[in-house]
Design a protein around this ligand. Structure first.
Ligand SMILES: NC(=O)c1ccc[n+]([C@@H]2O[C@H](COP(=O)([O-])OP(=O)(O)OC[C@H]3O[C@@H](n4cnc5c(N)ncnc54)[C@H](O)[C@@H]3O)[C@@H](O)[C@H]2O)c1
Ligand SMILES: [Fe+2]
Length: 386
């Protein structure tokens, strides 16, 4: 078979090391000349005790460290602007994001805003960031969003809406995967963020326009790692091998979907996050089952391949394997302990048509789905998830 032309982009360097964050000072000092560092994180991580040792390691290695810890989940524009302002007034010349997707997304944007007078409002969309950024290092503490290796920052722009900045400048220079940082992540976050990562792998593998041999290879290996370790990581958060596999899997899935974008699960998840302020991973977990069943016939050959990748027992034609894949994913979600129905997380019956209307705005994502989703289809999918 011949290869359809494609491009693949990712970050420059990924360093994988259990407890590597204790060495972050020397790792960064070896690679960058800049020494006036902004550490972007949220208060939950400070309370979890994850930040102080890193700060000490950075200071030890000769960095001046300014701490910005005002990141909140699903960060609004005001947080980005406040962080950029602090960075400018402190004359920051290197940015380190340490935390979940929310902290990393802010760090990425601020690294480009420091030296630029471009207003944030003109950066949304694809390829709209002008200019260069200061050096950027990212250290994830959830195994979920893959933000450490994507060129995307997601910002809450209104009461109920989120917008994405997608630009090559948002690819970091250096990523550290230290799974020891994820050990204290509570079970429900482990489940939801882990399922988010699985959705990235599945949606990248079936992405209609940009899937390619590299994104496929990454998505397959990501799903193999995530599927085999999700339940162990949820049930025993201190299991090192499971935590390492989940973090690596989430990063590989991030590399995949940064090049082969996600689709209907994410399109239907975003309105739930917007209107009900539910965590991103959880909203994906809630919509995954219905969307997989909706796609199962059109995507049968690909879902069948993923069944093999995950070692799902049984045999049969592509349709049978596709159905077995969907059942396997649902069983994993049941065992993970993540909430499974919209009604269980406070979503009301009478909001479903509004959610369906909002989901239609996610055209950037819907075009990647293996099957077209109309507003009526979206409503049926929300009803099924209810
Ligand atoms: N840039 C991308 O490519 C991309 C992709 C998907 C989602 N996102 C965005 O990422 C955000 C969600 O990120 P997230 O799911 O990683 O969660 P998060 O960053 O919003 O963090 C959620 C909570 O978990 C806590 N936490 C994080 N790590 C912890 C740890 N190791 N131990 C204890 N507590 C910990 C945080 O303090 C916070 O309270 C959303 O804004 C979403 O839109 C970005
Ligand atoms: Fe996601």
């Amino acid at each position: 078979m011949t290869i359809t032309p494609f491009s693949f982009t990712t970050v420059s360097e990924i360093h994988v090391q259990w407890e590597g964050s204790a060495r972050l000072g020397e790792l960064l000092a070896e690679r960058f000349d800049a020494r006036n560092l902004l550490l972007v994180t949220d208060r939950g991580l400070i309370e979890a005790g994850l930040i102080a040792p890193v700060q000490a390691a950075l200071t030890q290695a000769g960095f001046g460290v300014t701490l910005f810890d005002d990141v909140v989940a699903d960060p609004p524009e005001a947080v980005v602007r406040a962080c950029a302002e602090m960075a400018r007034s402190e004359k920051i010349d290197i940015v380190l994001g340490l935390g979940g997707g929310s902290s990393l997304d802010i760090a990425k944007l601020v690294a480009v805003m420091i030296g630029s007078d471009q207003d944030l409002s003109t950066m949304y969309g694809i390829g709209n960031v002008a200019g260069a950024r200061v050096p950027l290092a990212l250290v994830p503490t959830t195994a979920g969003t893959g933000s450490e290796v994507t060129n995307i920052s997601i910002i809450t722009t209104g009461e109920t809406t989120k917008m994405g900045v997608v630009s090559r400048q948002l690819y970091a220079d250096f990523v550290l995967l230290d799974a020891s940082l994820t050990v204290g992540l509570p079970q429900v976050h482990t489940a939801a963020t882990g399922i988010d990562a699985m959705v990235h792998a599945i949606e990248a593998y079936t992405s209609k326009h940009k899937k390619n041999p590299l994104s496929d290879a990454l998505a397959r290996e990501a799903l193999r790692l995530l599927g085999a370790n999700l339940i162990t990581a949820c049930q025993d958060g201190t299991n090192r091998a499971a935590r390492e596999a989940m973090l690596l899997g989430a990063t590989l899935a991030g590399q995949a979907f940064s090049n082969a974008p996600v689709a209907a699960v994410h399109a239907l998840a975003y309105p739930l996050g917007g209107h009900y302020h539910l965590p991103h991973g959880l909203t994906n977990a809630l919509m995954l089952g219905p969307v997989l069943r909706y796609n199962a016939t059109a995507a049968a050959p690909l879902y069948g391949e993923l069944a093999d990748v995950m070692g799902v027992a049984g045999s049969g034609d592509a349709q049978a394997r596709s159905e077995a894949f969907v059942r396997h994913i649902e069983a994993l979600m049941d065992a993970s302990g993540a909430p499974r129905r919209l009604r269980d997380v406070g979503v009301t019956d009478n909001s479903l048509s509004m959610l369906a209307r909002d989901a239609m705005k996610q055209t950037r994502l819907l075009v990647n789905n293996p099957v077209e989703v109309t507003e009526d289809d979206a409503l049926s999918l929300y009803r099924e998830a209810f």
